[in-house]
Design a protein around this ligand. Structure first.
Ligand code: FAD
Length: 254
């Protein structure tokens, strides 16, 4: 049967769209070319506006319960604490979520997948969009399945939630203008102990750490100087995700 919407990409954008449309009674199909959901923290800061949106999906409480609440950010200048930015007092009359919520992207995606499955929709994995044609009253897409075979399918709409190198965006020619920062950023999920978690200066770069629920900390080094005010202490040290330089496009960092 023809679906109303074929969602390309089972990252956070595709998953939330699928949840929302399904709750509205729209028949969706969601595919992703990867075999498994992601495993690293990546976009781990969930902002108040996202939680307000999630409240309408009955998701906000779970994100708050499973994540780590950050009430303030400490700013450092040349190795000395300079000031503290308290979210609680800034946003208390604006939102019920006047804090920064740390919820690693992989855990976040797992929660979204669970909620979607509870509504009877599963992400079809190892299923890749290889092209599509706009037929006017619908779309015909070519999909490559887990066995490598190509099939075509029809739907009323196609939703491009296929990330930074989106084939959907490329096909419809919308572009994704942006630039590249001169600086190099490294991001890693690490288990570490001691004051390094709070703020360490490794001149000429700085270190920013985010305690993460269930995995200790995600560190980000680059030209920034922030630390969140609470840090769990654990012994041992293990890098659970490789450091990676980030090319910034036209989006704000969370
Ligand atoms: C190392 C790293 C650190 C990051 N840190 C932060 C951060 O601190 N804060 C922040 O806000 N953001 C951060 N980001 C960015 C954040 O992860 C992305 O903005 C977010 O994942 C975008 O979600 P999305 O669902 O739009 O796309 P994605 O998460 O990229 O998901 C797109 C999905 O589409 C699938 N796909 C692509 N093409 C096809 C196709 N042809 N057919 C089928 N499936 C396809 C992919 O497999 C993928 O699963 C980071 C990213 C990286 C890599």
């Amino acid at each position: 049967m023809r679906s109303d919407v074929l969602i390309i990409g089972g990252g956070p954008t595709g998953l939330v769209l699928a949840l929302w449309l399904t709750k509205l009674g729209v028949k969706v199909r969601i595919i992703d070319k990867t075999a498994e959901p992601s495993t690293t923290s990546r976009a781990l800061a969930v902002q108040a506006r996202t939680l307000e949106l999630y409240r309408q999906l009955d998701l906000a409480d779970a994100v708050v319960e499973q994540g780590h609440r950050v009430p303030a950010v400490n700013l450092w200048v040349k190795g000395e604490p300079a000031t503290r930015l308290p979210f609680e007092t800034i946003g208390s009359d604006l939102t019920p979520y006047a804090f920064l919520q740390i919820f690693p992207q992989d855990q976040h995606e797992r929660l979204l997948i669970e909620r979607l499955e509870a509504l009877g929709v599963s992400v079809e994995r190892r299923s890749e969009l290889v092209g599509f044609t706009d037929e006017g009253d619908g779309v015909t897409a070519r999909l490559r399945g887990p066995e490598g075979r190509e099939d075509s399918c029809e739907m009323r709409y196609i939703a491009g939630c296929d990330g930074a190198r989106s084939l959907v965006r490329e096909t419809i020619g919308t572009g994704f203008p942006g630039g590249t920062y001169r600086q190099i950023f490294y991001v890693a999920d690490v288990e570490a102990a001691g004051p390094a978690l709070m703020s360490t200066w490794m001149r000429p770069i700085s270190w920013r750490s985010f305690p993460s629920p269930g995995r200790v900390a995600r560190g980000s080094s680059g030209p920034c100087a922030t630390s969140v005010p609470t840090a769990p202490t654990h012994s041992g040290s293990r890098t659970s995700a490789i450091g990676q330089s980030i090319t910034s496009r036209s989006r704000s960092k969370g």
